[in-house]
Structure formats: structure tokens, C-alpha cells
Ligand binder design. Structure first.
Ligand code: TMP
Length: 254
């Protein structure tokens, strides 16, 4: 196979040039990082599971009219996506207090929030992704007020839909992080959901036991990380066809 040009390497994914202009191949690694890269590890099979889980969730979201960058899954670790201009924001939605919100505001983890809360973080590793307000975002031109209207409307719809979808399989969607991008078609620009939606960027708790089924198992050294991701895939009815044997997936081709 011809060597592909690598466009970008992140902590958990690599982007390669796609087969047609305007497309990219998103490769999911097993690497995991936390605390802005200070904690590093490998979760065997994570890339395969996140590729599959994110495919499933993006397709479900598309079915209810949420535009996404996802085109199709190519193999165990790769998916074809539309190339977008990433808006340099992490959009966090919270339904239940956990993580940095619980710490910062002294609210016990597990407290149901009076309503869903959206927070914005500026994507900048050197600055440790600082929290910002809509004032900062529009003043510095990371997104304009119209983009923000679209982002908030999409985010609330995504939260409603995914909360229901997960609840149906006995999982509480505690909080999650989204990224959006600008997609141009002819002269028209649309804001679309980008990146991935997986247990790497969602907090997912078992509805009955509150057991954590997401990357907090890695962040907090709780063990059984891959097993938790597998359980999410199993409940969604999308465990890789050949089951656990299949989780290593093919070696990366370049
Ligand atoms: P936080 O409680 O640490 O602020 O995280 C909120 C949610 O956002 C949680 O589901 C994890 C996710 N998240 C990411 O996906 N990437 C990040 O860099 C951070 C800080 C959080």
C-alpha cells in the first residue's frame, strides 16, 4: 500500500490524508493520556472500541439530523471523515457533578445538576486548555456569535439524544466533551460535529451501581479500563464481530 501522508498526530488519534480531496482518515490509537499528557499509558483494544463506538454514535446522531464529519468506518482502527476546520474549543456538557466541576465548586460527585451546564475551554496544550467564556471566544475570533448559536443548539440536541440513548442501555451520561468544525460546501459553511464521541471523552456511569465505565478508570487508576469500554460497546450492541479476539486490530499501515 502506498505510504500515506500524515496530517496530524494527537494523543489518541492520527489523521492521514484521505483518498479524495476534502477527506481524511482518522486512525484510533490505544494510547491514553491524562492530566494534559503528564500521565501516559496504553489501553489494549481502546482504539478499536472507540472507532466502533464513535461510528455508532455519530451515525445515530446523523439519523436525528445532527451534521457530523463522519463518512464511514474503513477498518478496525480507521474511519473516513470529512476534512473540517476545527474550531479551537472544547465544549463540555455536564448533567451530573463530577471531575473538575465537582473539585472547582465543591459539589459532591454524583449530584444531579439543576439543569445541564455547558462550559467552553480554549484548545491549547501549552496553556492547559483554560476555561473561557463566550466573551473571550467572540472577542478573540475563535468563533462568531452565529457559530456559537449553532454550537449551543447542536450541543443541547446531542446531549438530549445521547442521554436518552445511554439511559436505554442502563448508563448515565454524566458529562462529555465535544469538538466542532467548519465544513464548506460550495460557498456555504456549516458547523458539524467533529473529533470522536467515546468513553475517552464522556463520563459514563452504570445507572444502578454508579460504576465508572469510561476514561476515569485510567485517570484514577481504578483498573479494568479496557473491560469498561468493552462493556459500553456490549450494551450498545456493537462489540467487534469476532468478540474479544478481535480487539488488537490490524497493525497501522502507512
Ligand atoms: P473535566 O471534569 O475534567 O473538566 O471533564 C469534563 C468532561 O470532558 C469529561 O467527560 C472528560 C472530558 N474531557 C475531555 O474529553 N478532554 C479533556 O481534555 C478534558 C479536560 C475533559
Amino acid at each position: 500500500m502506498a505510504r500515506r501522508r500524515q496530517v496530524y498526530e494527537g494523543k489518541a488519534k492520527i489523521l492521514f490524508e484521505g483518498p479524495e480531496p476534502g477527506t481524511l482518515v482518522q486512525y484510533f490509537k490505544d494510547d491514553a493520556t491524562a492530566q494534559n499528557g503528564q500521565k501516559k499509558g496504553v489501553i489494549t483494544g481502546k482504539g478499536v472500541l472507540n472507532n466502533r463506538i464513535s461510528e455508532y454514535l455519530m451515525l445515530k446522531l446523523a439519523e436525528v439530523g445532527i451534521p457530523t464529519h463522519f463518512v464511514r468506518r474503513l477498518n478496525m482502527r480507521e474511519q473516513l471523515i470529512r476534512e473540517v476546520e476545527i474550531i479551537p474549543l472544547e465544549i463540555v456538557v455536564r448533567n451530573i457533578a463530577a471531575g473538575s466541576l465537582a473539585t472547582r465548586l465543591g459539589i459532591p460527585e454524583g449530584t444531579r445538576l439543576p439543569r445541564s451546564i455547558i462550559e467552553y475551554y480554549y484548545k491549547n496544550d501549552a496553556l492547559n486548555d483554560p476555561m473561557v467564556s463566550e466573551e473571550h471566544i467572540t472577542a478573540f475570533g475563535w468563533a462568531d456569535p452565529h457559530d456559537m448559536d449553532d454550537i449551543v443548539a447542536l450541543t443541547l440536541r446531542i446531549n438530549d439524544f445521547l442521554s436518552g440513548l445511554f439511559l436505554g442501555v442502563g448508563i448515565s451520561l454524566v458529562d462529555f466533551k465535544l469538538e466542532f468544525g467548519r465544513l464548506w460546501e460550495e460557498e456555504e459553511m456549516r458547523i458539524v460535529l467533529a473529533d470522536e464521541v467515546s468513553p475517552d471523552n464522556c463520563r459514563l456511569w452504570d445507572t444502578k451501581t454508579s460504576e465508572k465505565m469510561d476514561k476515569d478508570r485510567f485517570r484514577r487508576d481504578l483498573g479494568q479500563v479496557a473491560e469498561a469500554y468493552q462493556e459500553v460497546a456490549k450494551r450498545l450492541g456493537i462489540m467487534p464481530e469476532a468478540g474479544l479476539r478481535d480487539l488488537k486490530g490490524p497493525e497501522m499501515m502507512q
